[in-house]
Design a protein around this ligand. Structure first.
Ligand code: NAP
Length: 260
């Protein structure tokens, strides 16, 4: 996709990868619509975007609220007539432990990472089907979506569910001959955001927020189905999908905490 002059929604853009991606896209004369709960931070991001020559609308709200997502998509369509690109980025990644987790913390992660994606996906898909120009829904997934990872059980489940849902959506678009809508999942390795700090998980091959935004833009341009980056952990992840589970378990447990 040529990402100049586009109408682009980014959810969860008040910090981290969403913020860095908004700033990178703002240098390409786009019309950005950004969302998050922290109003003050979101407005600061909007100011940065405008200073770089793009327009920016902000919507403060909780992405786990279906009505908020419906309202955001309706407002974009009312103002601009369409959505060219959506980057569904909202997510949390708290360390967890399947032996001690509570139902509430597990479901909270699912609500934040999976339900919030679905809340936006549904009105976006409904809208995009009516459009006649090329458009794309992308989801900020993770390399953790391809297999279970010790101390990340809640998180891997949410990202795995999202990946499979969108993989199916892609198949169905093809099956029903809908060619103008693309679906992409984005799979960063470790990115140096505040959310990632002090979570006790080893951060192999960690990259900066700005570098992650470069990779995101590269993937948007190429429209690769799964944008897996950086190469240092990406190749391990790709290989991990094919090696026997016993070997994979041994590798993944190598750096896990010894006590729970
Ligand atoms: N950092 C990494 O190493 C890494 C690696 C792979 C994938 N990812 C994924 O990248 C995405 C961004 O993570 P990040 O590391 O950049 O963390 P971050 O800085 O904490 O960003 C998360 C964003 O999501 C928003 N958000 C969270 N819960 C929300 C809710 N209920 N409603 C609305 N907005 C909400 C936050 O805004 P408010 O708090 O203001 O609402 C914030 O803007 C996540 O999906 C994460 O899983 C991160």
């Amino acid at each position: 996709m040529e990402i100049k002059g586009k109408i682009i929604l980014i959810t969860g853009a008040s910090s981290g990868i969403g913020h860095a991606t908004a700033v990178a896209l703002s240098k390409l004369n786009n019309k950005l619509i950004i969302t998050a709960r922290r109003a003050e931070l979101l407005e600061q991001v909007a100011e940065e975007v405008r200073a770089n020559g793009s327009t920016c609308d902000t919507f403060v709200g909780d992405a786990t609220d279906e009505a908020h997502a419906e309202e955001v998509v309706s407002a974009i369509v009312e103002r601009y007539g369409c959505v060219d690109l959506a980057i569904l980025n909202v997510g949390i990644g708290p360390p967890s432990n399947t032996l001690t987790a509570t139902a509430e913390t597990i479901k909270f992660c699912m609500r934040t990472n999976y339900d919030s994606m679905i809340n936006f996906y549904c009105p976006l898909m409904r809208q995009m089907k009516t459009q006649d120009t090329h458009c794309m829904i992308t989801h900020m997934n993770s390399q953790a979506s391809f297999f279970g990872i010790p101390m990340q059980g809640d998180y891997t489940a949410t990202k795995g569910a999202a990946r499979l849902f969108l993989e199916t959506a892609r198949m169905e678009l093809k099956h029903f001959g809908i060619k103008h809508i693309a679906i992409q999942t984005i799979h960063p390795g470790f990115v140096d955001t505040l959310a990632c700090k002090d979570d006790g998980i080893p951060e192999m091959g960690i990259i900066s927020e700005e570098k992650s935004a470069d990779y995101v833009l590269k993937g948007l341009r190429s429209e690769v189905r799964e944008n897996i980056f950086p190469a240092s952990t990406g190749w391990g992840t790709r290989l991990g999908r094919f090696i026997p589970n016993g070997i994979l378990t041994k590798i993944l447990l190598g750096s896990a905490a010894k006590e729970y």
